[in-house]
Design a protein around this ligand. Structure first.
Ligand SMILES: [Zn+2]
Length: 258
């Protein structure tokens, strides 16, 4: 039993590395509007990358963070993202091994959700943009997935309406100045993933985290007040926390208050 458990962790770690590599490629391709069918290329010299130079983390180390052809630096973000997703996939497996209701379908859905959240996190931080295909596309897939898991469709629909509506309202009132249209789509995705109760918690968390980080950035003079913030970054982080720790946070909060 013990060794099988370790084998599964290893499997999810490798799976995370592979999907992390895919995530890196997807970020770049969606932003550059390149097809997904073409082979990977160096973003600097545009030479096609051979499979042996495209192995997650290992190729980066082996090539000393430089392209084999043009010798320009490869960003450390690539192996970081691969490692991060490897840990996140392992975490999902760990979480459901201990939470008391183990189901492969739930694990697959949550690995997919974590992949999408990490994608939004990086994309919004890097480009100050939100990809419609990733938000609305994954919201639809995750909705159908959750139906198979007997998640209440009503809770998801109400969640999507509150999440989308919350940002739509701000968008209309401020004529698009406070938030971008992308946040409306993230709100819909959050509602589908969390249901309305945890969605409210996630929104609160996002504002708390966002506020805290803004204060730190202003105090350390990294940013001026009112500079554009990538709110999708905070929303995806808050959604992750609410997904896996939301119920405990709410329990703890209500025990404290009542
Ligand atoms: Zn190159």
């Amino acid at each position: 039993m013990f060794s099988i458990q370790i084998l599964f962790y290893f499997f999810f770690f490798i799976l995370g590395l592979v999907f992390g590599s895919f995530l890196n490629a997807l970020e770049w391709r969606l932003h550059e509007k390149k097809s997904l069918n073409t082979r990977s290329e160096c973003p600097k010299c545009h030479k096609v990358i051979s499979w042996y130079d495209n192995i997650p983390v290992f190729s980066f180390l082996f090539l000393h963070a430089k392209c084999r052809h043009c010798h320009k630096k490869i960003s450390w973000q690539y192996p970081m993202v691969e490692l991060l997703l490897a840990f996140l996939f392992s975490f999902v497996f760990y979480y459901y091994s201990f939470v008391g209701y183990f189901s492969w379908l739930v694990i697959i859905r949550d690995c997919l959700a974590v992949f999408v959240l990490l994608f939004i996190f990086i994309y919004d931080t890097k480009y100050l943009e939100v990809s419609d295909i990733m938000t609305l596309g994954s919201a639809s897939i995750l909705f159908v997935f959750s139906l198979f898991l007997h998640v209440s469709w009503l809770s998801m629909v109400i969640g999507a309406m509150i999440g989308g509506g919350f940002f739509l309202l701000q968008f209309v009132v401020s004529k698009g100045k406070w938030i971008g249209g992308g946040d409306i789509r993230i709100g819909i995705l959050m509602g589908v993933l969390l249901g309305w109760k945890l969605l409210l918690l996630a929104l609160w968390l996002a504002y708390m985290i966002g506020g805290l980080i803004s204060i730190i950035l202003v105090l350390t003079k990294k940013k001026k007040m009112m500079t554009e913030v990538a709110f999708g970054t905070y929303l995806s982080l808050a959604t992750f926390i609410a997904m896996f720790f939301g119920t405990q946070i709410l329990d703890w909060y209500f025990r404290l208050v009542f």
